[in-house]
Design a protein around this ligand. Sequence first.
Ligand SMILES: Nc1ncnc2c1ncn2[C@@H]1O[C@H](COP(=O)(O)OP(=O)(O)OP(=O)(O)O)[C@@H](O)[C@H]1O
Ligand SMILES: [Mg+2]
Length: 204
Amino acid sequence: MARNGVDIGKGSYGSVRLQDCGKIVIKYPLSPDERTKTLFKRECQILEPLDHPNIVKYLGIQDKDQKGEEKFGITMEYCERGDLEEVIFDPKMTYSMKWILSGASQLFDALAYLSERKLTHRDIKPSNIFLKEDFSLKLGDFGCVTLVADSTASGTFNRGTLRYLSPPQYDIAKENPNDDQRMISPKNDIYSLGLTLWEMVLRE
Ligand SMILES: Nc1ncnc2c1ncn2[C@@H]1O[C@H](COP(=O)(O)OP(=O)(O)OP(=O)(O)O)[C@@H](O)[C@H]1O
Ligand SMILES: [Mg+2]
């Protein structure tokens, strides 16, 4: 059985810990200052109303840990098989083209759902896609999520990972690193997902 309090992942902004007998995880900011808390709250606000089988379910903000001590974090559903990057680079894992194509269909469906709500993920890559027990895929790590028409969007954590930016986004990022607005479009998510699928095929 999954154990409480076990760290299961770490990214650039948060560490992720199992809770509630492995039913949920809590993502704690690595630097829990006020700005970071505001950004985590914003992420949670945007995501709590979402309900899609291929998007990690966000469950809310937590202010205290189980001992009642002050500890700020975001709670969300647990994806038992970790992230897609681990699967791609694990030589012991074998998977078929059929599974890749089924994954593609699940993830594009999630992108269509986001785009209907004028949301863009902005950091799609294998380490931000998680696997459930039955090997279905869920889009996670919405730290860069942005409303397409949000004029306050600059100042989010970052603009995603350079390797997965679409060519026009990459050019803007190189020429004018502060121009967030021109980079916000669901089209870029399509590019990043395309590259992710290519990496699933190539496995290198
Ligand atoms: N709900 C979850 N279920 C299972 N594993 C998870 C979950 N959330 C996060 N993880 C694991 O923790 C890692 C880091 O989480 P996450 O990507 O959300 O953090 P981050 O700091 O925002 O990352 P990044 O460096 O991409 O910005 C993931 O790559 C994954 O391995
Ligand atoms: Mg991540």
